[in-house]
Design a protein around this ligand. Structure first.
Ligand SMILES: *[C@@H]1O[C@H](CO)[C@@H](O)[C@H](O)[C@H]1NC(C)=O
Ligand SMILES: *[C@@H]1O[C@H](CO)[C@@H](O)[C@H](O)[C@H]1NC(C)=O
Ligand SMILES: *[C@@H]1O[C@H](CO)[C@@H](O)[C@H](O)[C@H]1NC(C)=O
Length: 319
């Protein structure tokens, strides 16, 4: 995948340039004290990195109707508007890749896996040291915020390819492996100088449109599996974070309760001015749960909701 690595390095250089230019010159309206953002993860945060993976369109969103509400062009994001990090900052170094998991073999070859994302920050650090020197780089990296959204694909991918997690102990073991690999990455960022981490916990995976669709196809047990995996993951990961905080000096983190936040809105859409809480805005089949938005993947048919502002799951069904 030569084009991928070439491009990501290019992006890196560009982002590093932005970081440097925004931190050394004060732009108008910019608060004096601002931190650099480094972003890792999956489709929740991918701002277009997968555009450069030409082997498949499965994990790309650089075609209509993606992007239609905010950017006015297909911006490579898995929705019509902006991602969470877009609301926080316009500039930052974003390494996230739709479809990625904490395990390297999730959608291997079609996504930038978490370890590769990590290697880009190591490269960015080298480039920053050349430009800013050791002290300024150290300061920048320790004040930076590292936003991560990862884990959903580690559980959805096996379920969607029909592998049931037979036993409870196997589930626990699998979760242990997912969190283990994520922990390795967090520790490595810490070693590189990162101190401030922001996480979103797992989405209510069992109630996503794709799971609702699968349930109608007679595989209701997958839904329960997904819900259970998400809950166990959340519990185990919060313990790991507490441990890291007590063990690693200066380590700070915040985790948003994405599961509850989303579940509450899925169950009570009208309370939050939405009309639809469980159906995706763009896709095919019941709940528009089949990931066909844009008609560039295996399934070519797709349907759009009438008003995207009224639909909680603005476009995709999580991936
Ligand atoms: C891959 O996609 C990128 C971005 O759209 C494009 O610039 C590049 O030419 C493509 N490479 C190939 C081999 O198609
Ligand atoms: C977990 O992380 C290690 C070290 O980064 C890597 O070698 C290994 O392949 C990963 N395991 C999986 C299943 O992705
Ligand atoms: C869609 O919903 C939003 C929010 O309620 C509303 O402001 C807008 O007018 C609606 N658009 C259409 C075309 O109905």
């Amino acid at each position: 995948m030569a084009s991928l690595s070439f491009h990501t390095i290019h992006v890196l250089v560009f982002c590093a340039y932005l970081l440097i230019s925004t931190s050394s010159q004060s732009l108008p309206h910019q608060p004096k004290k601002h931190a650099t953002l480094f972003i890792f993860g999956d489709s929740l945060y991918d701002a277009g990195n997968n555009n450069y993976i030409n082997t498949t369109t499965d994990y790309q969103a650089n075609f209509w109707p993606y992007g239609e509400t905010f950017f006015g062009y297909p911006a490579g994001r898995f929705l019509d508007g902006r991602l969470i990090p877009d609301f926080i900052a316009e500039y930052g170094a974003n390494f996230a890749s739709a479809g990625a998991g904490a395990l390297n073999d999730i959608h291997q070859g079609s996504v930038i896996n978490l370890n590769t994302q990590l290697s880009y920050i190591v490269k960015a650090k080298k480039q920053l040291r050349q430009k800013l020197g050791d002290e300024a780089t150290k300061k920048m990296l320790s004040e930076a915020v590292y936003l991560t959204s990862i884990g959903s694909n580690d559980y959805l991918s096996p379920l969607l390819s029909n592998s049931v997690f037979q036993s409870y102990s196997y589930k626990k073991q699998y979760i242990h492996m997912v969190i283990g690999n994520l922990t390795v990455v967090i520790k490595e960022i810490y070693k590189q100088g990162g101190r401030k981490f922001g996480f979103v916990n797992s989405a209510p995976l069992g109630c996503t449109p794709v799971m609702e669709t699968i349930k109608l196809g007679g595989n209701g047990e997958y839904m329960e599996e997904a819900t259970m995996l998400a809950r166990l993951h959340i519990r185990a990961f919060s313990k790991v974070l507490q441990k890291l905080e007590s063990k690693l000096k200066g380590f700070k983190y915040s985790i948003s309760n994405f599961y509850t936040l989303l579940e509450e809105r899925m169950d009570n859409p009208s309370k939050y001015d939405f009309k639809e809480g469980k159906t995706a805005c763009c896709g095919w089949g019941p709940y528009r749960g089949l990931l066909s938005c844009g008609g560039k993947r295996t399934i070519k048919e797709y349907e759009l909701c009438s008003n995207v502002s009224k639909c909680l799951l603005s476009f995709s069904s999580f991936y």
